[in-house]
Design a protein around this ligand. Structure first.
Ligand code: ZN
Length: 198
C-alpha cells in the first residue's frame, strides 16, 4: 500500500512539474538526459535559492575573467541558520569525499537503472558541507542524511549542489574536476520544477 501511494504521488508530481516548467533546457548533455523518466528528491529541507544562486549566473575568477555558475546555491530555511540536513538526492554510491575548491565535498554516483532511467548515469555533488555522515564506497538511499549545510570553503551558509551526467557508474571523483564530466542545470533533474528564487 505504501509503495502504491508513493508511486501515485510520484506520477502526480511528474505530471504537475512537467506542466509548470516554462524555461528552456541547456544543450550540453541532451544525450544522457530524459527529464520525464528521471526525478531526484530535493537535497535539503529548505527550498530557498539564494540571490544569484541559479545555474549559469556569472562568477568572477581571481584574474577578473568570468565563468558560469555550475550548480545551484540553496540557503538554509532562514539565512544564517546552522546545522540543517543535507540528503542524498537519489540512491547511489559515495564516490568522493574531499576538501578542495568548494570546502568539504561529497559526491555520489547514481545508476539510472535504480530509478527508471536505465542506461544513464549521474553524479550529484554536495559542497560547503560539514559533519559528513558517510564514507567512500558507502551505498546510500534516496533521502538519506549525508551531511549538514555549512559554510566550509565559503562565506555564507549554503549548499552548492550540482548534478552531472557521467559516462560510467564507476568513474571516480576524488578531487575537484569540474570540467571532467558534464554538469547540467539541476532543475532538469527535477523535471524542470524548482522553487522560486527568493
Ligand atoms: Zn554555488
Amino acid at each position: 500500500m505504501k509503495r502504491l501511494t508513493l508511486l501515485v504521488l510520484s506520477v502526480a508530481m511528474i505530471i504537475a512539474s512537467t506542466s509548470t516548467f516554462a524555461g528552456s533546457y541547456p544543450t550540453n548533455s541532451e544525450y544522457y538526459f530524459n527529464p520525464i523518466q528521471t526525478h531526484f528528491s530535493w537535497p535539503t529541507i529548505s527550498r530557498r535559492i539564494v540571490e544569484n544562486g541559479n545555474w549559469g549566473t556569472k562568477r568572477t575568477n581571481d584574474n577578473g575573467t568570468t565563468r558560469p555558475h555550475r550548480g545551484i546555491d540553496i540557503g538554509p530555511t532562514t539565512a544564517g541558520a546552522t546545522g540543517q540536513s543535507v540528503f542524498a538526492a537519489q540512491s547511489g554510491t559515495v564516490i568522493g569525499i574531499f576538501n578542495e575548491g568548494y570546502g568539504n565535498v561529497v559526491a555520489i554516483n547514481h545508476d539510472g537503472a535504480d530509478f527508471n532511467a536505465p542506461g544513464t548515469y549521474y553524479r550529484t555533488v554536495y559542497t560547503h558541507v560539514d559533519s559528513i555522515l558517510v564514507g567512500i564506497g558507502d551505498d546510500v538511499s534516496r533521502g538519506q542524511k549525508i551531511a549538514t549545510m555549512s559554510n566550509s570553503g565559503t562565506n555564507g551558509i549554503h549548499l552548492h549542489f550540482e548534478v552531472h551526467a557521467i559516462p560510467s557508474i564507476t568513474s571516480s571523483y576524488n578531487t575537484w574536476k569540474v570540467y571532467s564530466d558534464v554538469p547540467f542545470d539541476p532543475k532538469r533533474a527535477y523535471n524542470g520544477y524548482l522553487p522560486q528564487v527568493q
